[in-house]
Ligand binder design. Structure first.
Ligand code: ASP
Ligand code: MG
Length: 420
């Protein structure tokens, strides 16, 4: 008998009928002979609505109070699900983040899990209970309530799977798996049978909204196989996320995603001497502004100055604006430009390692569509280009075609798929 951790997203528990449907999916797993721990998100748009409510009161809420507020959403869904399972004749108990032993850093609204004391969960499992845990929340010093950042229930599930040494972590939502690209843009996008942790991590970071990136990091760390599957089609196994060593890398590119949640900042004429980049990014880090792509131009001019361009999340725009004068003063830049008209398109694939010509093919594909590239960044298994917002769909369609992500030929698993 194994242990399976299941996670159900907000749409899967949006109303009482759906909660009863989830109860069936949980019981089905129990009847397979497994112990089951279930993690739930808040019902439907509950978290959004809670945030909206807080904004009706204040635009500057204390982060502690936001955590107190936002953590209530998952308490509703966990208790209702436990009741639904009990009603069907199986033993279930719900636990909030504190009761489930999920300890986090001392920080609000985006805390990381640092430890899970699994004693209580194990006791409940040993007593024959299905354990339903509130996602997205934990506790820190003084029993303060914390949350893990939007979408954090995926991470709760995988972290529990790691701590409990689960056989697998199944993430159920309204999507049927991980697709080569957004099926709303490319209708023929293919559902992947498997994808590696590394590729999924990159895709999650560059805009594929299937999973919380930290959940994939955690799954990779503990080598927990994850499945992304539909809560409404229980027989469909969805996409399995596993180690790259089990993958047949027959295609250079596995997936494609775009992200329109960033803005580009250009700091002009930064003196070309040691320490200036450090000062700039220290300043941003001090304000908790995370930076994604960074490009520094070559100091060709007589003045020996560089332009430094980088991208930040649009959500940090206000914080950045408040820091602008300080940057001008400390870095002695001549000007700062902000460009909101950008979208980042990225191709991801473990198969691009050691395969030359992938970047050239991406740039050529964009050139053929007359799309200008504003910035480029790469990692071992990813190439991202910043382009104008209007071109996002055109670029996605063209790249999906060029890298065969819109046909039947998708990356598959080598030999027999491990039965998980
Ligand atoms: N309810 C939280 C959110 O909407 C956490 C989650 O759904 O994963 O962000
Ligand atoms: Mg959610």
């Amino acid at each position: 008998m194994g242990l399976i951790v299941q996670k159900f997203g907000g749409t899967s528990v949006a109303d009482s009928e759906k909660i009863k449907n989830v109860a069936n999916a949980v019981i089905k797993e129990k009847l397979n002979g497994n112990d089951v721990v279930v993690v739930v998100s808040a019902m439907g748009h509950t978290t959004d609505n809670l945030i909206k409510l807080s904004k009706e009161i204040t635009h500057h809420p204390q982060e502690r109070e936001m955590d107190m507020l936002m953590s209530t959403g998952e308490l509703i869904s966990m208790s209702l699900l436990a009741m639904a399972i009990n009603e069907k004749g199986y033993k279930a108990i719900s636990l909030n983040g504190r009761q489930a032993g999920i300890q986090t850093e001392n920080c609000h609204m985006c805390a990381r899990i640092v430890n899970i004391d699994t004693k209580r969960i194990k006791e409940c499992l040993n007593n024959g209970y299905i354990v339903v845990v509130a996602g997205f929340q934990g506790y820190c010093d003084n029993n303060e309530i914390t949350t893990l950042g939007r979408g954090g229930s995926d991470t709760t599930a995988v972290a529990l799977a790691g701590a409990l040494k689960a056989q697998r972590c199944d993430i159920y939502s309204d999507v049927e798996g991980v697709y080569t690209t957004d099926p709303r843009v490319v209708q023929t996008a293919q559902k992947l049978k498997t994808i590696s942790y590394e590729e999924m991590l990159e895709l999650a970071r560059v805009g594929a909204n299937v999973l919380h990136p930290r959940s994939v990091e955690t799954a990779k760390l503990y080598q927990i196989p994850m499945r992304v599957r539909s809560a409404f089609k229980l027989d469909d196994l969805g996409t399995l996320i596993i180690g790259v060593e089990n993958m047949e890398l027959n295609k250079p590119v596995t997936g494609l995603a775009s992200d329109s949640s960033q803005i580009r900042i250009v700091i002009c004429d930064v003196e070309d001497s040691p320490g200036n980049a450090a000062k700039l990014f220290d300043l941003l880090a001090g304000k908790n502004i995370s930076v994604d792509m960074i490009i520094q131009s070559y100091a060709r001019n007589m003045k020996k100055t560089n332009d430094i361009a980088f991208t930040i999340s649009i959500d940090d725009y206000e914080k950045f604006n408040a820091t602008k004068d300080e940057i001008m003063h400390i870095i002695k830049a001549s000007n700062i430009f902000v460009d909101e008209d950008i979208v980042k398109v990225s191709i991801v694939g473990a198969g691009m390692i050691d395969r030359p010509g992938i970047a050239a093919k991406m740039f050529n594909t964009l050139a053929q569509e007359d799309i200008n590239i504003k910035m480029i960044s790469t990692s071992e298994i990813k190439i991202s280009c910043l382009i104008e917002k209007d071109c996002a769909q055109k670029a996605t369609k063209a790249l999906a075609k060029a890298f065969e992500l819109d046909g039947a030929k998708v990356a598959d698993v080598k030999g027999d798929l491990p039965v998980l």
